[in-house]
Design a protein around this ligand. Structure first.
Ligand code: ATP
Length: 235
């Protein structure tokens, strides 16, 4: 990848207090690519996403977003480089309506989507705009959480386990929306425990294990060797 790849990470380390969570993570995501971080619980996938947006207590190493070194920037400055994260807990405010949740993030880069444009991607939210966050289903909350970050104008999207806890039919809807985002040219780095789901939409994968990148392969390799690779990831 060139110096202006949407994301290039090298030698990334991260700590929670005295305990180290990442040990020299290196990865890159090219323009328009959809790349996943696979791996067991506690491997360091969420920490990797959080480190990219400056939301871990301490980190070290190089993180380049569109060629800009952000490894030592505070998170509000990182946001202005055009990256946004959809966190694992979805971060929906229970007392706000869906619409209020949707317009919460500030526009930080050109090309931020309007509410109407977000509803084109997530038509299921249209009838739910006035509902409070708590009344939304898990799938609706996930759509809202992803839709919301599109408002910022970020072109690099970090999605943390978007399918977690969702029924298969809802996983399909979320998958279709993420594939749509890819078609629209967004670059996506996604944490995913569901290897089957990952294999239906991603271009490439990294396996995170004990704070390190253990392995990387393209999606064709995953599909060709699915049982062995997915078996190892869940063993
Ligand atoms: P999961 O799917 O369970 O979130 P993960 O691969 O995303 O797994 P991380 O959440 O990044 O893993 O966790 C990596 C390591 O850092 C684990 O050992 C975890 O216990 C530790 N860790 C994560 N968050 C914190 C925190 N807030 N405080 C202390 N340790 C943490």
């Amino acid at each position: 990848p060139s110096a202006r790849a949407p994301l290039e990470i090298a030698g990334l380390e991260a700590w929670y207090g005295p305990s180290q969570a990442l040990y020299g993570v290196a990865l890159s995501v090219g323009a328009g690519e959809l790349v996943t971080l696979l791996g067991r619980n506690g491997a360091g996938k969420t920490t990797t996403l959080n480190a990219i947006v400056g939301m871990v207590p301490r980190r070290k190493g190089s993180i380049r977003i569109e060629g800009i070194e952000t490894g030592a920037m505070p998170s509000h400055k990182i946001a202005r480089t055009g990256v946004a994260i959809c966190p694992e807990d979805r971060g929906i405010y229970a007392t706000l309506t869906a619409e209020e949740n949707l317009v919460l993030p500030p526009v930080v880069a050109e090309g931020g989507l309007s509410v109407d444009e977000i509803l084109v991607l997530f038509p299921g939210l249209k009838d739910r705009l006035k509902s409070p966050g708590t009344k939304l289903s898990g799938g609706e909350q996930q759509m809202l959480a992803i839709g919301r970050i599109l408002r910022t104008g970020a072109r690099l999207l970090l999605l943390d386990e978007p399918t977690e806890g969702l029924a298969p039919v809802v996983v399909k809807q979320i998958g279709a929306a993420i594939a749509d985002l890819k078609r629209r040219g967004y670059t996506i780095l996604m944490v995913e425990q569901n290897v089957r789901f990952a294999s239906t939409i991603a271009d490439r994968h990294y396996v995170v294990d004990r704070g390190r990148i253990a392995e990387t392969f393209d999606n064709a390799t995953l599909l060709a060797d699915f049982d062995r690779i997915s078996g190892r990831l869940s063993a």
